[in-house]
Design a protein around this ligand. Structure first.
Ligand code: SF4
Length: 190
């Protein structure tokens, strides 16, 4: 018996067949690196460690997705895909139209049914939440990491737990599914 809903169960509530996340790197930066809220980044951050080889921002979003699809399509011809804007902070741009162009480009790729956007909880303006509803399907994944502000300070997140609560409430109100990334066992936590 499962005591929680895992990610596959969640996706099965939204899609009929098997879904695969495909990472894309759209060349975003991060407000905790470019000086918007900080410069040093989170203490554990190494984006290279979770970016597949095909995810190079010199290539378009559509090109990256096409290459990512090839890897799975041979083995699972009926597989459908969700474009995963994973690297750095995938809503960090003052230009909402530019962001929407990138998300729409991902959704225009054959076999891609929607997007999952990874971002920080202090980086989701209401105007973007409103626009995201234009997409065929979208989910937002927020890096929460911990619910303790002392831990967030220690790992230099440069946002608070209340930022996370606020982002989740606003995202839910917009009717958009969202998830949190949490890190178990951070220093000082049991
Ligand atoms: S918010 Fe994300 S991309 Fe930015 S420094 Fe922290 S872990 Fe790295």
């Amino acid at each position: 018996m499962k005591y929680y809903k895992d990610f596959a169960d969640f996706l099965a509530e939204h899609f009929d067949g098997k879904m695969q996340k495909l990472s894309v790197n759209a060349g975003f930066t991060c407000p905790n690196r470019d000086g918007t809220v900080g410069t040093g980044g989170c203490t554990y951050c190494n984006n290279q460690s979770f970016s597949p080889e095909y995810c190079r921002p010199l290539r378009s979003v559509a090109e990256q997705l096409a290459e990512g699809k090839q890897f799975f399509a041979r083995k699972y011809p009926s597989m459908r895909y969700l474009a995963y804007f994973q690297a750095y902070t995938s809503t960090h741009s003052a230009d909402v139209d530019r962001l929407m162009d990138l998300y729409h480009e991902a959704c225009s790729v054959d076999g891609v049914d929607g997007v999952i956007i990874g971002t920080r909880p202090d980086c989701m303006p209401d105007i973007l939440l409103e626009r995201l509803r234009e997409l065929p399907w979208v989910m937002v994944e927020y890096g929460a990491e911990s619910s303790h502000d002392t831990t967030l300070d220690r790992i230099n997140r440069c946002h608070s737990w209340s930022d996370t609560v606020d982002a989740v409430v606003r995202t839910h109100r917009a009717g958009i599914p969202c998830g949190l990334h949490l890190i178990n066992g951070l220093p000082g936590e049991n």
